[in-house]
Design a protein around this ligand. Structure first.
Ligand code: CO8
Length: 261
């Protein structure tokens, strides 16, 4: 499928990259871009060879500097509501992909940008990353899930502080808060993301998908049911060729050659 506002490419076998591509407006998310993010995520999700998705922004200055303020400025309440739902849908599509999704963040990652990044499984940051939920500085609330996903990531009190002040944090503080997993120099962060993606792509892909779904689904379950789900998935993995290969390779002291079945 052709896109106007995002780039979607398979950068190497099994590793896909979705780039929000509106650098003139610091990759601000307008309606068309939100739709394309959802469509691109769906396209990757349907590709049986996809193993990992990286999400990033084009240009040096920004991951995404938020929802598009020029589009939102004249919204009625109803239009605001529908715009929010559009973003929620797109980000949920991304969030529920069965493969790992990693946000690679350089520069501004604000408002809808941070909400997009938090719809990914984890974040890697360049040293220039500046993250925040500045919506209250514009007289609105977060609208693409920030009020829900930020407290789940960093705890209620700190999320409350960031959302209610609109304060921006740098990469080092984001690392301390557990909002980003690792910080790298800007010119290295994409390479580091690719190293990580390559490593994941070389694992047993069924096991990776099952493990991701356990973490995601287990979070909303009580511990007994979540652990029961893990036991089922563990059992299921013994029905795969990858399990036979992985354990045989370990015992033979050779690298495993997984086939994803
Ligand atoms: N929307 C539209 N255009 C933007 C945005 C944005 N969010 N951010 C930057 N731009 C544009 C600027 O207007 C400018 O365009 P032009 O060159 O045509 O004047 C261009 O990008 C470059 O920006 P600046 O000149 O401002 O660059 P600076 O380096 O001086 O500043 C900043 C960079 C600090 C990132 C600054 O641009 C800024 O503060 N941007 C807005 C950040 C922000 O508040 N983001 C949150 C938006 S609200 C939001 O995301 C809510 C999500 C949920 C909405 C659901 C709703 C219903």
């Amino acid at each position: 499928m052709a896109y106007d506002n995002v780039l979607l490419e398979e950068v190497e076998a099994g590793v896909w990259r979705l780039t929000v591509n509106r650098p003139k407006s610091l990759n601000a998310l307008n309606s068309a871009t939100l739709e394309e993010i959802g469509a691109a995520a769906t396209e990757v999700g349907r590709n049986p060879g996809a193993r990992v998705l990286l999400v990033t922004g084009s240009g040096e200055k920004a991951f995404v500097a938020g929802a598009d303020i020029s589009e939102m400025q004249a919204f009625t309440a109803d239009e605001g509501h529908r715009f929010s739902e559009r973003g929620m849908r797109a980000f949920r599509t991304l969030e529920t992909l069965p493969i790992p999704v990693i946000a690679v963040v350089r520069g501004y990652c604000l408002g809808g940008g941070l909400e997009l990044a938090m719809a990914c499984d984890w974040l890697l940051a360049g040293e220039s990353a500046a993250l925040g939920q500045p919506e209250v500085t514009l007289g609105v609330t977060p609208g693409f899930g920030g009020s829900q996903r930020l407290p789940r990531r960093i705890g209620t009190a700190m999320a409350m502080e960031l959302i209610l002040t609109g304060r921006r944090i740098d990469a080092a503080e984001a690392l301390r808060l557990g909002l980003v997993n690792h910080v790298h120099p800007d010119d290295r962060v994409m390479d580091e993301a690719l190293v990580m993606a390559r490593a994941i792509a070389a694992r047993g892909s069924i096991a990776v998908r099952l493990a991701k779904s356990l973490v995601v689904r287990g979070q909303d379950l009580d511990l007994d049911n979540a652990c029961a789900l893990e036991s089922q998935a563990f059992g299921l993995s013994f029905s795969t060729e990858d399990q036979k290969e992985g354990m045989a390779a370990f015992l033979a002291r050779r690298p495993a050659a997984f086939k994803g079945r």
